[in-house]
Write a protein that binds this ligand. Structure first.
Ligand code: BYC
Length: 336
């Protein structure tokens, strides 16, 4: 949960700065009361424009992350080391696509069309998770993405199952169940590699070294530098702050790393008896912001692949629409 000082520094739970006419004031009061009572907001309910905007931003960016996130792992489907690993990886990548679809649907309930959401992704206006702008250089990266990236995603997404916006919260329940399978398959794949040759163990360690710090940054900037956190917390969208989730992730993964037999690349990582948490070193936020700003190692490649896939898939969308029109015409004829 957020600390008291963090919440005190936050703005009040109102959505609009302009004076409200009486009817809007009533609607605002009903919205505030529902939020205070920890109730759910549904698509047909009145909501402040800023609440809607925040949700469209977060849910669509989340959806974009899921579909762009198919790329780094998708690159390894043809090179998976066995039929079993190939089947698991195909299923996982398909799951990520499914998550994107639930999330685009959830965003659409807020009154924005999918074409618009995708146009914002393709033009570079909308963000997606920083983590998918790094390359997958070895098979171990597939395991590490499952273990660490999906592990971080679950840590962030479990509290979203209690988000105040109903469609987002409900989508998150299924997403979290599937992410849990993803995390376990990644850990298991790494366990097998760690029981293999010295070369395989070195491959896992190299992958952990490259991904560890990027995964810590996935949780977003420190609360003190996070422009959206305080308001999102008041609206019941964010239930737990970026820093607390990051800490929970570190505490959980440090123990898992010991089981695996890998070291985490942070000389300052140390259990702090007083805090009851691991202390950890400084995250390179300059590198994070450069990546978020479009200048990470794979940003251009990821976006170009996504735009190409969208164009290549145009005939499928056209065919589906043509089919739907024919079905509709047949139904109309039958009814006449
Ligand atoms: N990457 O005020 P803040 C997955 C941006 S997919 C890029 O803390 P907020 C998976 C943030 O958008 C995992 N940008 O923002 C898929 C904001 O910029 P704008 C995706 C980031 O929204 C396939 C600015 O920094 N998960 O699991 O309150 C395979 C200030 O940040 C990042 C989600 O999307 C980042 N890492 O909190 C495997 C979860 N962090 O929008 C796995 C849903 C921050 O003002 N999203 N920014 O231009 C969230 O929970 C929140 O949006 C965040 C950020 C915690 C990410």
């Amino acid at each position: 949960m957020y600390t008291q000082s963090f919440l005190q520094s936050a703005p009040a739970a109102t959505g609009a700065a302009a004076p409200l006419v009486a009817q809007d004031a009533q609607k605002q009061a009903a919205f505030d009361a529902r939020i205070s009572a920890d109730g759910r907001i549904e698509p047909q309910d009145w909501m402040p424009a800023a609440y809607r905007k925040t949700l469209v931003r977060q849910i669509s960016q989340h959806a974009h992350s899921e579909i762009v996130g198919m790329q780094p792992e998708g690159n390894w489907i043809t090179r998976a080391p066995s039929l079993k690993r190939k089947c698991i990886l195909i299923a996982k990548v398909q799951d990520e696509c499914g998550h994107g679809l639930y999330l685009y649907s959830a965003a659409e309930t807020l009154g924005v069309g999918r074409d618009q959401l995708l146009a914002d992704l393709h033009s570079g206006k909308a963000k997606y998770s920083s983590i998918f702008n790094y390359p997958t250089l070895s098979w171990a990266d597939v395991g590490v993405i499952g273990w660490l990236v999906d592990g971080a995603a679950i840590m962030n997404q479990i509290p979203l199952c209690r988000c105040s916006y109903g469609p987002y919260a409900r989508a998150m329940i299924r997403v979290c169940k599937e992410e849990s399978f993803h995390q376990r398959q990644g850990f298991e794949a790494l366990l097998v590699l760690m029981q293999g040759t010295a070369e395989q163990r070195a491959m896992v360690q190299d992958s952990v070294n490259r991904f560890w710090w990027k995964c810590l940054a996935m949780f977003g900037p420190p609360d003190a530098d996070s422009p959206h956190s305080a308001q999102a917390a008041h609206w019941g969208i964010k239930r737990v702050g970026n820093d607390e989730l990051r800490q929970k992730f570190i505490d959980a993964t440090a123990a898992q790393a010991q089981v695996l037999g890998v070291s985490l690349p942070d000389p300052e990582l140390k259990w702090n008896e007083v805090r009851g948490h691991y202390d950890y070193g400084a995250i390179d936020w300059d590198e994070f912001w450069a990546t978020v700003g479009g200048n990470g190692p794979c940003n251009k490649e990821r976006l170009a692949t996504r735009v190409k896939a969208h164009h290549d898939g145009q005939w499928v969308r056209d065919a589906a629409l043509a089919h739907a029109r024919k079905v509709q015409q047949r139904q109309r004829k039958g009814a006449a």
